[in-house]
Structures are given as C-alpha cells and as structure tokens.
Write a protein that binds this ligand. Structure first.
Ligand SMILES: Cc1cc2nc3c(=O)[nH]c(=O)nc-3n(C[C@H](O)[C@H](O)[C@H](O)COP(=O)(O)OP(=O)(O)OC[C@H]3O[C@@H](n4cnc5c(N)ncnc54)[C@H](O)[C@@H]3O)c2cc1C
Length: 393
C-alpha cells in the first residue's frame, strides 16, 4: 500500500493531487521550486465545468468560484456589433457549474492555502534536479543538495517538466505555437457588455478578447502572431511601456475600444510564448509518473489546461486508492486519461491556428461560421470525474 508520495510542483495539479490523495487516505508532500509569491502577475484563466466538477469532488469549488466570477457566455466576431458565433460553455448536463474566470495568482493561492489547511505539507525552494526509482522506493534530489525519500514520485512540474525527462530522456520538447500571449486589467473603461460574457475579436493583425469583471475593471488578453520563437529572456527584455506601444500599434486599425483598454491598463506584463505538448510517449516508469502540463500541455486556446490538471489529480488519486499495486494504478490512470487529454490538446491547436486570420480569412469568416456546423465541444465540458466509482480494470 502506498503511504508516502513525493509530488514535484506546487502549481495547480500538485496541491490538488495532494488533497485528493488525502481523501484517499494517502500521505504526500509537495515540493515547489519557487518561493510562494512567484505566481504569474497579470494573467487570468478560465475554468470549465469539467474542471469545476473535479474541484467539487474535493469540496473546493466554492472557494475557487468565490475568488473568480462566473463567465458562461462567449461572443466571437470581427467587430463588437456583429457576432459570427455566440455560445455558452456549460455543456449539456444539468449538474454543470458555470465556467469561471479567475486570476492565475488567486487560483494558485486558494488551492495552496486550502491544501495547507487540510494538512498537506508544501515545501518551497525545492527544485528537483534528479530522482531515482528502485524496487522499494524513490529518492528525489533537489538543487543545493537536499534529498527526500518516498514510495512514489508524481511530476506535476509543468510544461518544462524535469520529471518527464527523468522518466524518458528521449521525450520530445514542448512544441512552439507561433503566437504570443499577454493581457491585463484595464481600469475606468466602460464596455457595453454584461459581466459573465467574454467578447473575442479577430483584429486585422491579432486576436483580442475581453471580459468585464464585477469590480468594474475589464480583463483582456491579446495574441500577437510571432513566427520566430523568442526566449524568455528576449521577451522579458521588452518593458511594459514598450509592449503597450507595440500593442496599440498592432490594433490601431481595429475597434478603438481595444486601444482604450490597453492604454487604461496600469502594467502590461511581458508576453508569454505559447507552447503545447501533444503527446509524451511515456507517462510513467518505475515509481515515477507525470500529470498536468508535464504530460499534456494544451495551448491556451482550448481553455482547458487547468481543468485537465484538476481532472488528472482526482483520477490519479482514485486509481491509487483502489489499486494498491502502483504499476497497475499508473497503467489504469494512463488508460483512463490519455485519449481524452490528447484530443483536447489537438482541439487547442486547431483553435489557435484560426487566430491569425489574414484579410481573406477575415472576409470569409462570417460565411464559414454560417455554413459549417457548430463545433460540438460537449465532450470536453460534460466529463465528470468518477470519484465515487471504484476503479474497474
Ligand atoms: C497565457 C496562458 C493562458 C492560459 N489560459 C488558460 C485557460 O484559460 N484555461 C485553462 O484551463 N488553462 C489555461 N492555461 C493553462 C494552465 O495554466 C496550465 O494548463 C496549468 O497551469 C497546468 O497546471 P500544472 O499544475 O500542470 O502546471 P503549473 O501550473 O505550470 O505548475 C507547475 C509547478 O511546478 C513547479 N516546478 C517546475 N519545475 C520544477 C522542479 N524541477 N522542481 C520543483 N518544482 C518545479 C513550477 O514552479 C510550478 O509551480 C493557460 C496557460 C497560459 C501560459
């Protein structure tokens, strides 16, 4: 029986896995590379009904929802006045919780605070550099020379996962998706859009989205195209004011509201390059397994990365709860998860590739949305983590 699990990564998947394991009667410790305050400033994300349901299973949905706001509705268009597509992201099930929008930092801190309140140990400043798995246990080695021993090691260490490479040194690198992400929180701009609706616009040169928040601010994101991959250092070298000038220029021929929102944003963080990770050949070896972005990162265009990480956490704990042999538990977990998450990553890639429309694409867009059947995404939103069902292999 597994009793002591080392979880590498204190982002989303790590603390939630630790809480799910506690529900399953299994002890674990989370090791996070950074200090507690290193969460992404200026970023926000959407949690879908499937992700919220995974939180609900662990009694975490109310805390998380109260740190964000409900955002069920989406409008997509070339202009604000005329949508080519309107939808609600609830899925078809009557038990669906409405999707929410939440600041990344708020989501991370709610999850970590709740994990600590429930007795999970989270150790900061522990960057995993190496690990080895034997017949009886696993040893993790951290930068600065400290070690930890456990029965199993779970890599919840994100897109650039070290655990993924320890499991499979030939694993491919994350795939670059040729657009950047930035965004912010505009103050004092009135937008004619109800709270709960997100408006997305295909601009002439880049994609833009915004959503009014209950406190009167307007949360927005932009996706400038970027063919050549830039390093983190290259992106960080561009100041907030330089990003502002670039973005205002990029959207100068689009709806003036976009420029207004960009100008009314106190700080514009450096852009993030976009990556996804379509398929890791190996998810586990010996006593080590990867979950969340470490195993299957999707580009933000799917709006599902965090929700998949939450589903992973619940499903892994269920497998370890019901299958005391870890190899059987890891194999069952992969069997339940792989097809679904890889399909979502492929959907995210497809959505992202439609963001950078040229003049012809823009001209054809209304027609395309009119004649083509609406994409069915219920399979993503309708998924429910089967926590109360025993694992049947
Ligand atoms: C711009 C942007 C927008 C997004 N929008 C959305 C959205 O709208 N909806 C959505 O669902 N998802 C969205 N995502 C994706 C979502 O953020 C990720 O899918 C999610 O954070 C994955 O959770 P995780 O726990 O697997 O990884 P992370 O949240 O990245 O956490 C990994 C943790 O591991 C730590 N770590 C890394 N290496 C080590 C090491 N060697 N040792 C110890 N610790 C380590 C990191 O510091 C980090 O804290 C977006 C992502 C980006 C970049």
């Amino acid at each position: 029986m597994t009793s002591n699990i080392l979880i590498i990564g204190g982002g989303i998947a790590g603390p939630v896995t630790a809480m799910a394991l506690r529900e399953a009667g299994i002890d674990s410790t989370v090791y996070e590379a950074y200090d507690q305050t290193a969460d992404g400033v200026g970023a926000f994300l959407g949690l879908a009904p499937n992700g919220l349901h995974a939180l609900h299973v662990l009694g975490l949905d109310e805390q998380v929802r109260s740190a964000g706001f409900d955002s069920p509705d989406l409008r997509v268009g070339l202009t604000r006045e005329k949508s080519v597509f309107e939808t609600s992201f609830a899925g078809t099930r009557s038990d669906a919780l409405p999707p929410i929008t939440i600041k990344r930092g708020d989501l991370y801190s709610v999850l970590r605070d709740e994990a600590v309140r429930r007795g999970v140990r989270i150790v900061y400043g522990k960057r995993l550099v190496d690990a080895s798995s034997t017949d009886t246990g696993v040893v993790a080695r951290f930068a600065h020379g400290t070690t930890a021993e456990g029965d199993l090691l779970i890599g919840a260490d994100g897109l650039q996962s070290r655990v993924r490479n320890l499991i499979d040194p030939t694993a491919p690198a994350p795939r670059y998706v040729p657009f950047l992400n930035t965004g912010g929180f505009a103050q004092g701009v009135a937008v004619d859009l109800p709270v709960g609706t997100t408006q997305m616009l295909f601009g002439r040169r880049a994609f833009f989205g915004y959503a009014p928040a209950p406190d009167g601010s307007v949360w927005w994101f932009a996706n400038p195209a970027q063919r050549k991959e830039l390093s983190r250092a290259e992106l960080d070298a561009i100041t907030s004011e330089q990003w502002r000038v670039r973005l205002v220029e990029l959207f100068k021929d689009d709806d003036p509201l976009i420029g207004e929102l960009i100008r009314a944003t106190p700080v514009i963080p450096p852009c993030w390059a976009t990556y996804d990770f379509p398929s890791a050949p190996r998810w586990h070896r010996g006593r080590m397994l990867i979950i969340g972005d470490a195993a299957h990162a999707t580009s933000p265009s799917a709006g599902q990365g965090a929700s998949m990480a939450l589903e992973d956490a619940v499903e892994l704990a269920r497998c370890l709860r019901d299958l005391p042999d870890h190899t059987r538990a890891f194999t069952a977990y992969e069997g339940f998860r792989r097809e679904r998450v890889e399909r979502i990553v492929a959907t995210g890639k497809r959505n992202g590739s439609q963001k950078g429309l040229g003049p012809i694409g823009r001209a054809l867009l209304p027609l395309v949305f009119k004649v083509l059947p609406k994409p069915r995404l219920d399979w993503m939103y309708d998924y429910r983590s089967p926590w109360s069902e025993p694992v049947a292999v």
